[in-house]
Design a protein. Sequence first.
Length: 199
Amino acid sequence: MEKKIFNGYSENIKKIGSLRNLITITIIFFLFGIIFLSGFTPIEKMICKGLPENAQILDFEYGYSVDKAYDILDRLNIEGRNTYFRNILTVDMVFPVLYGIFLLVLISFLLNKINTHKKIFLCLIYLPFIISFFDILENILISILLINFPTKLIILSNIASIFTIIKFSATIFVIVIIVYLLIFLFFRSIKKLSIFNNI
């Protein structure tokens, strides 16, 4: 029974990690990033209007104390906080879903290329979900902090900081895994090419 489930699971990974899916989600992911996050398009400038220049935001901090969190929010001023709140409930809710799908498809594609579907490797596909999940939870908590500003919600602020740390730590781990898989594929390709040339 377990083997049957595992084999079905492997087949799903093969479908998810197809080249067509990778190309499609890559195009969507990068178009979204260019339009909404690059800082060069009119749309991005419009949705960020009101944020002070070089403003710090909690999303990009690798953990923070309660005092630091509220110091960052205070420096945004009223208009900046309203803009931040609006972006959290729109762009920042869509982006985690997109990059989660992108990472899922990319990892599945690389596992297909390596041609391994061992359980320990297949567990890697859960990592993008962890990143996206904690990113969305972080956004929800930050939006609550913004709604209640300047009242300090100490417990929620600490939990938001923990979620941010988990998000970034998981992201770093996923990047390391992807780099490792790419290096593995690169050297395996060189080895195959060397064997082919020696024939």
